[in-house]
Design a binder for this molecule. Structure first.
Ligand SMILES: Cc1ncc(COP(=O)(O)O)c(C=O)c1O
Length: 431
């Protein structure tokens, strides 16, 4: 049995199912409405790299269509079209309220494709900080030939001009959970397209296209995959932009494997349940962290404060950032002290992860820029998973207690000095 859901049918499934069903049903049935007709219960996994053409004329015509970013009648070759990947794309498009979605081999491949798809002569891209360290670094490389301009939510409309081809924004932002009013930002920069990295929110909590954005991007390595075992990226958008993104994907080969797409489709079934459960635990932890005497600052979206935020997000999510008294040394000690919680980068897994943005995910951002955007040496980022809240709290409290005890006993042991800096080498924080 082959998995031949046509792109046309996939798009129809995506759009019609969004209109008809709430997220819980879309998570379970999106991209899968044809399974009964195929006589199967689980989506088939199609591993073909090439496909028999029915005739030379049909193959040629299909190839031309795919290469233009359109839809051929026959798949021809897996770099042009992959049926199992197309199923996951249709499901995510439905959840995002998008016409289409285009999948990539990682979140960074998806970001790169958006930049390439928007590039133009004399173009500039305007980005609102903070952003994930990799995206920030990529924009600063100058590799794409366009000018990169930094802005804040307040300055963005002054920085955008007629040559701006894309505005890049992340909300909630990695790692500080800064929030951007998307409706207002999109209005201010119109008609310039806005790309929203919505990884922290997931389509369960936030749907940027319904607020005026043109592209909604996810590092699907995080919540969409949800189990820490698959790398992927996806962009939900309109049909015209999707065609450009597919062209980029065909030419750069930044593909998602069908194995990964199959895992992602399975993970999607539990996305809403995972996100809501992790969010409930995170809300309790944030409340307790906020009252802890060692916690000097806490970032966790407070929807009750802003009417626009209640329109934008269905809930605060499961990411928390906080600083401890004792700064860098205390943060490093907490990473050493946790037992159930894993000290590791990434987020959105079933298990809880904690990491140190200035030393890890945002190490590539200059210290000046980190400091300007609140990524301090003492900041820790917590990705709350599905464990029992009391276990997580006990683990954090124990680690805080050890950090406080060590701070009293020991001299400083580390810094954020880079190995490549010319200063005398200092000890890196031990994980
Ligand atoms: C918000 C955000 N966007 C993009 C990326 C890049 O995704 P990937 O690691 O899947 O390439 C990450 C990775 O951590 C991220 O946190």
């Amino acid at each position: 049995m082959t998995d031949r859901v046509s792109p046309e049918a996939a798009r129809h499934l995506a759009v019609s199912s969004h209109e008809a069903h709430p997220d819980a049903s879309l998570c379970v049935h999106g991209g899968r409405q044809d399974l009964r007709a195929l006589g199967v219960h689980v989506a088939p996994l199609d591993l073909s790299t090439t496909y028999p053409i029915s005739s030379l004329a049909a193959g040629t015509e299909s190839l031309d269509r795919w290469v233009e970013g359109g839809e051929g009648q026959e798949p021809v070759y897996a770099r042009l079209h992959q049926p199992t990947v197309a199923r996951w794309e249709a499901a995510v498009a439905a959840l995002e309220g998008a016409e289409e979605a285009v999948a990539f081999g990682s979140g960074m491949a998806a970001v790169t494709a958006c930049l390439l798809a928007s590039a133009g002569e004399r173009a500039n891209v305007v980005a609102v900080r903070p952003l994930y360290g990799g995206t920030d670094h990529l924009l600063g490389t100058g590799w794409f030939g366009f000018e990169n301009r930094w802005a804040t939510e307040e300055t963005v409309s002054e920085v955008v001009d007629e040559n701006t081809t894309l505005v890049v924004v992340e909300t909630p932002a990695n790692p500080t959970l800064d929030l951007v009013d998307l409706e207002r930002l999109c209005r201010r920069v119109a008609p310039c397209p806005v790309l929203v990295d919505s990884t922290f929110a997931t389509p369960i909590l936030q749907k940027p296209l319904l607020l005026g954005a043109r592209l909604s991007l996810h590092s699907a390595t995080k919540y969409l995959g949800g189990h820490g075992d698959v790398m992927a990226g996806i962009v939900a958008t309109d049909a015209e932009m999707a065609a450009r993104l597919r062209q980029v994907r065909i030419l750069t080969g930044a593909l998602l494997s069908p194995f990964a797409a199959h895992q992602l489709l399975r993970s999607l079934s539990t996305l809403e349940v995972r996100v809501l459960r992790a969010q409930a635990t995170a809300s309790q932890l944030a409340e307790r962290l906020g009252r802890h005497p060692l916690v000097t600052s806490l970032a966790y979206p407070d929807l009750s404060r802003e009417p626009w935020l209640r329109r934008q997000m269905k809930g605060p999510g499961a990411m928390i950032a906080f600083e401890l008294a004792g700064g860098f040394e205390a943060a490093a000690a907490v990473l050493r002290g946790v037992e159930m919680i894993t000290p590791a980068v990434s987020l959105g897994s079933c298990d809880t992860l904690i990491q140190h943005p200035a030393g890890l995910t945002h190490r590539v951002v200059s210290e000046t820029d980190r400091t300007a955007h609140g990524i301090s040496p003492g900041l820790l980022r917590l990705s709350v998973g599905l464990e029992a809240v009391e276990d997580l709290w006990a683990d954090l409290e124990r680690a805080f207690h050890r950090a406080a005890t060590e701070a009293v006993r020991e001299a400083p042991t580390g810094s954020l000095q880079r190995r490549s800096d010319n200063a005398p080498s200092e000890v890196e924080p031990a994980l």
